[in-house]
Ligand binder design. Structure first.
Ligand SMILES: O=c1nc[nH]c2c1ncn2[C@H]1C[C@H](O)[C@@H](COP(=O)(O)OP(=O)(O)OP(=O)(O)O)O1
Ligand SMILES: [Mg+2]
Length: 208
């Protein structure tokens, strides 16, 4: 079964590849294997809407099953921001460093007990007919006082994981892949993928 990984984020690609590497019947294909792909606007109000937009569009364009990941950081003190705007928090072309700097500035002098946050990941997997499944994962933590660590991507250097007493960017990729929001979502996807591999074409799926 061919499965197109509908993301341009290199950090996500590396993690997703590792997390589904034991499913030998799934042949992961990247967006670089296709030309003239449409630009997809993430216009949804929720992670789930955006994940579905990305997976549906890529499945329909390529004619293969597609897997999209919409994820981000939800900060209690900021009433859930940056949320679905995580990638664009400090502007359309924002870098991870700029986003992290903006976040730390907004939480300057905010005491530890008010710095709770969570990473959220919604994985959508769709066929070319637009029939989809979605799975969600979360990982809870705190916004650190300063960036630390060099592993991972995005907000990892400013996301403190209490169970390890370190930021996500200080944790080896193998550890992040055991506890992350993405790992939690993909864990649920696996039995589903195995079921799908057993089924024949033309089967109906839950439609979101
Ligand atoms: O494990 C993570 N560790 C740190 N930061 C993370 C993580 N997971 C998502 N994030 C942040 C990165 C980005 O600021 C936003 C995702 O935005 P999101 O639109 O889903 O991804 P994206 O635009 O980078 O790639 P694409 O849409 O092609 O999949 O949340
Ligand atoms: Mg995006």
């Amino acid at each position: 079964m061919k499965l197109v990984l509908a993301t341009r984020n290199k950090g996500k690609i590396a993690e997703i590849k590792k997390l589904v590497s034991d499913l030998s019947q799934v042949e992961l294909v990247s967006l670089d294997d296709f030309q003239n792909l449409p630009d997809i606007a993430e216009t949804g109000k929720t992670f789930k809407e955006n994940a579905l937009i990305k997976a549906k569009e890529i499945a329909s364009f390529t004619g293969h099953w597609a897997l999209a990941d919409d994820s981000g950081l939800v900060v209690d003190y900021l009433q859930g921001a940056p949320g679905v705007y995580s990638a664009r928090f400090s502007g359309e072309q924002a870098t991870d460093e700029q986003n992290n700097a903006k976040l730390l500035a907004l939480l300057k002098d905010v005491p530890w007990e008010k710095r709770q946050a969570k990473f959220v990941c919604v994985i959508a997997i769709c066929n070319p007919k637009g029939q989809c499944y979605t799975l969600e994962g979360e990982c809870k933590g705190y916004i650190a006082l300063e960036p630390k660590g060099t592993y991972g991507f995005g907000y990892d250097p400013v996301f403190f994981v209490p169970a390890y007493g370190k930021t996500m960017a200080e944790l080896e990729p193998e550890i992040k892949n055991q506890i992350s929001h993405r790992a939690m979502a993909l864990k649920q996807l696996k039995p589903l993928l195995r079921q799908m591999l057993k089924r024949s074409e033309g089967q109906t799926y839950n439609i979101h």
